[in-house]
Write a protein that binds this ligand. Structure first.
Ligand code: NAD
Ligand code: DAU
Length: 355
């Protein structure tokens, strides 16, 4: 048996592939377009592992995906591939429409054709799992209950609108064509291999580089943080036992204001890697212009996943954030390669024409 993962060279996808192969003998076909966010260095530990087959390609390339499916006959497709950064979607929405909406549509078309011709047993066992976000639900007021799966969709950024559209397509392919789909809507992830354009890795990197730590607006926006490996375990559980056509919220009950997160990061860095001048990294905090249309609060109610499938996160925010800071301190070469762009050249050197 085999699974096909899309976007497996990105932050969450690479953590998923590494965790999957650490726990299972089942091979992974990893289809990734290697945009700026895709980094094959994340997967270098699998270079000599025959269970990992990396394919450089686009989820929007119907023929390529159809050929891959026919060749490898996966029992499941897990769709992580996306443009994922809200700020980039504000500056340039086009790529988000192309990959998150058109790409997901073409992927669904290829999977539908493949699924339609499978023998009965394989057809029944097949799953398409779509990895989505809590941002599709919009923004919460201070006293509102956390998002449940029944919350209406109210996306506010081009990113979240494109993810919402992809969720609706996935739902429609189940309802109309009987495609056996599962959707997960997760809160903010953090952990190893997080691209340093997002808040937590950006702050760790800027702090160590002596640069300002930019806080949008008043820094009181709330996000609900989940350690990436807990997201991966939730996806494995939903794939294993999720009810067809259902959506599952994934979160760790860790609501924090941005400013609090940044102060926590500074305090851990002060302890593990103190500044030479003895001052706190918190002195580098700088308030900057707010993100346009900035969602004020996200919070995930993950009780359905816990009740139906028995999933719980293994990390608290306190344990996960400490591990994360330590990982970045131990992998400053990885951060340097990403921030300098050297990771792109490295792909050519390492894999040549096969990159
Ligand atoms: P990421 O930006 O780090 O990685 C995305 C990956 O997809 C990259 O490897 C990129 O090369 C690849 N990709 C982009 N366009 C592609 C295309 N057209 N075809 C094939 N591959 C393509 O993203 P991430 O943070 O790892 O997020 C993964 C998924 O999880 C996304 O769907 C995102 O919406 C969702 N999600 C992310 C978070 C989070 O906090 N990061 C939370 C909830 C849900
Ligand atoms: O909620 C899940 C989503 O979380 C995912 O779907 C997205 O793919 C992922 O990028 C993330 O979106 P956010 O916009 O919440 O993440 P980001 O790290 O960009 O920002 C987190 C918060 O920090 C947000 O309120 C904006 C703020 N921020 C961000 C940056 C980069 C700052 O104050 N300063 C910054 O420099």
């Amino acid at each position: 048996m085999t699974i096909l993962v899309t976007g497996g060279a990105g932050f969450i996808g690479s953590n998923f592939v590494l965790d999957w192969l650490a726990q299972s003998a089942e091979p992974v076909i990893n289809l990734d377009a290697l945009t700026y966010a895709g980094n094959r260095q994340n997967l270098v530990a699998l270079d000599d592992d025959a269970r990992h087959i990396f394919v450089h390609g686009d989820i929007g390339d119907f023929d390529r995906v159809a050929k891959l499916l026919a060749e490898h006959q996966p029992r499941a497709v897990l769709n992580f591939a996306a443009e994922s950064h809200v700020d980039r979607s504000i500056h340039g929405p086009e790529d988000f429409i192309q990959t998150n909406i058109v790409g997901t549509f073409r992927l669904l078309e290829a999977v539908r054709a493949y699924h339609g011709q499978l023998p009965a047993a394989a057809k029944n066992a097949f799953r398409f799992l779509h990895v989505s976000t809590d941002e599709v639900y919009g923004s919460l007021g201070q006293a509102d209950p956390a998002f449940r799966e029944t919350h209406r969709y109210e996306p506010n950024s081009p990113y979240s609108a494109s993810k919402a559209a992809s969720d609706h397509l996935v739902r429609a392919y189940h309802h109309t064509y009987g495609l056996p789909v599962l959707t997960t809507n997760c809160s903010n992830n953090y952990g190893p291999y997080h691209f340093p354009e997002k808040l937590i890795p950006l702050v760790i990197h800027n702090a160590l580089a002596g640069k300002p730590l930019p806080i949008y607006g008043d820094g009181q926006q709330i996000r609900d943080w989940l350690y990436v490996k807990d997201h991966c375990s939730a996806i494995r559980r939903v794939l294993e036992a999720g009810r067809l056509g259902e959506t599952y919220n994934v979160g760790g009950w860790n609501e924090k204001a941005n400013l609090e997160v940044v102060h926590t990061l500074c305090a851990i860095l002060d302890e593990l890697s103190p500044r030479a001048d003895g001052q706190s990294y918190a002195t580098q905090i700088t308030f900057v212009t707010d993100r346009p249309g900035h969602d004020r609060r996200y919070a995930i109610d993950a009780s359905k996943l816990e009740r139906e499938l028995g999933w719980k996160p293994a990390e608290t925010f306190e344990t996960g954030i400490r591990k994360t800071v330590q990982w970045y301190l131990d992998h400053q070469d990885w951060v340097a390669n990403v921030t300098s762009g050297a990771y792109k050249q490295w792909v050519g050197q390492q894999y040549g024409a096969a990159a």
